[in-house]
Design a protein around this ligand. Structure first.
Ligand code: 5GP
Length: 176
């Protein structure tokens, strides 16, 4: 059990379990993208550890970059739309893999897809280490899923609570 701020969390996945999910995803991605120019786009902040480990397990030679949502809310008529920082690369004709730490409602992913769709990529697929199927509200296919988890708040392995806990090597679930 660990305490972060006012909340208590219990270990849900050990570091070894997480590494085995990451390793398995790396092998699948290597196999599926063999002979193709792959650009991995990690979504910050949460994906920094996942992308680092994934890249180390991969035997191919992908380009790796990161995207981050600007920390201000835009004033678009569609509501809380935020700009993405970091799309500096030429995405034309590249095979893009969006890499997320966790997909919950899928709102973030849908937003990213919307922003990347017009950039002329050869393909756009998604990899997420963790997925909460009970919370998912989109119909975007998640091509690579490390592990489905219950609809409970988690911290660790890149994910925070009150900006803490990102460097935990295991995954911890909020104690009910
Ligand atoms: P979505 O847009 O799919 O609802 O949520 C995606 C983002 O919300 C993730 O990239 C992550 O930053 C954050 N998020 C979703 N679920 C959790 C969770 O259980 N714990 C933490 N720390 N962040 C989460």
């Amino acid at each position: 059990m660990i305490q972060i701020g006012d909340k208590q969390f219990e270990e849900y996945l050990t570091p070894d379990q997480i590494q085995s999910y990451v390793q398995s995803l790396a092998a699948q991605i290597d196999r599926d993208y063999a002979g193709k120019d792959l650009l991995i786009l990690g979504i910050l902040n949460g994906s920094f550890l996942f992308v680092a480990d994934l890249a180390k397990y991969m035997t191919s030679d992908p380009e790796i970059s990161f995207l981050k949502f600007a920390s201000y809310d835009g004033t678009s008529s569609t509501g809380n739309v935020k700009d993405l920082i970091g799309i500096n690369e030429d995405l034309a004709d590249k095979h893009i893999l969006i890499v997320e730490d966790i997909v919950d409602s899928g709102t973030t992913l849908a937003h990213i897809m919307g922003l990347l769709e017009s950039k002329g990529a050869a393909s756009i697929q998604t990899a997420t280490l963790f997925f909460k199927p009970e919370a998912y509200k989109q119909d975007i296919e998640l091509r690579y899923i490390g592990k489905e988890i219950p609809n409970l708040f988690v911290v660790g392995y890149g994910m925070d609570y009150l900006s803490k806990g990102r460097n935990l090597t295991g995954l911890y679930q909020l104690k009910p």
